[in-house]
Write a protein that binds this ligand. Structure first.
Ligand SMILES: [Zn+2]
Length: 130
C-alpha cells in the first residue's frame, strides 16, 4: 500500500494534466464524457496524457466521495447527540420535577433506540467507506 501511495504521488507530480492550470475544466470534461481528442485539442494536451490522468481523477473522486460521506456521517451523529441531550433533559424533568415514571420510562426506551441508531450510523457507514 505504501509503495502504491508513493508511486501514485510520483505519477501525479509528473502528470501534465494534474499540473495544468485548467485542470478543473479538463476534469469536468472527462467526467462528462467529452472525448479525449476534443479535450486534447482544446487544452493542448495529448490524448494519452488524458487517458493516463483518468486514474488520478478516479483517485481524487474517490477521496472526495469518502470525505463527503464522512461529513454526512458526522452531521447525522451531531444531530443524534443533540436529540440525546434533549432526551436527557426530559428524563431529568420527568424524574424530578414532574415525578412521572411513565415519561421517564418512555425516555429510557427512546434512549435505547437512539443509542442503537448512533451505533448503526457509526458502524454502518464505516463498513461502506474504508
Ligand atoms: Zn493526472
Amino acid at each position: 500500500m505504501r509503495k502504491f501511495l508513493f508511486w501514485s504521488a510520483f505519477m501525479v507530480k509528473r502528470c501534465s494534466v494534474c499540473n495544468h492550470p485548467s485542470r478543473p475544466e479538463i476534469d469536468r470534461g472527462l467526467v462528462n464524457g467529452v472525448p479525449y481528442r476534443t479535450l486534447a485539442g482544446q487544452f493542448s494536451l495529448s490524448a494519452s496524457a488524458l487517458c493516463r490522468h483518468t486514474k488520478h481523477l478516479a483517485l481524487d473522486l474517490e477521496a472526495q466521495r469518502r470525505h463527503e460521506h464522512r461529513s454526512y456521517q458526522a452531521a447525522v451523529l451531531d444531530r443524534l447527540d443533540l436529540l440525546n441531550v434533549r432526551l436527557d433533559r426530559l428524563f431529568n424533568a420527568a424524574t424530578s420535577d414532574y415525578r412521572s415514571p411513565f415519561v421517564a420510562l418512555g425516555c429510557i426506551r427512546e434512549a435505547i433506540r437512539l443509542l442503537s441508531l448512533q451505533e448503526r450510523v457509526r458502524h454502518g457507514l464505516d463498513r461502506t467507506i474504508p
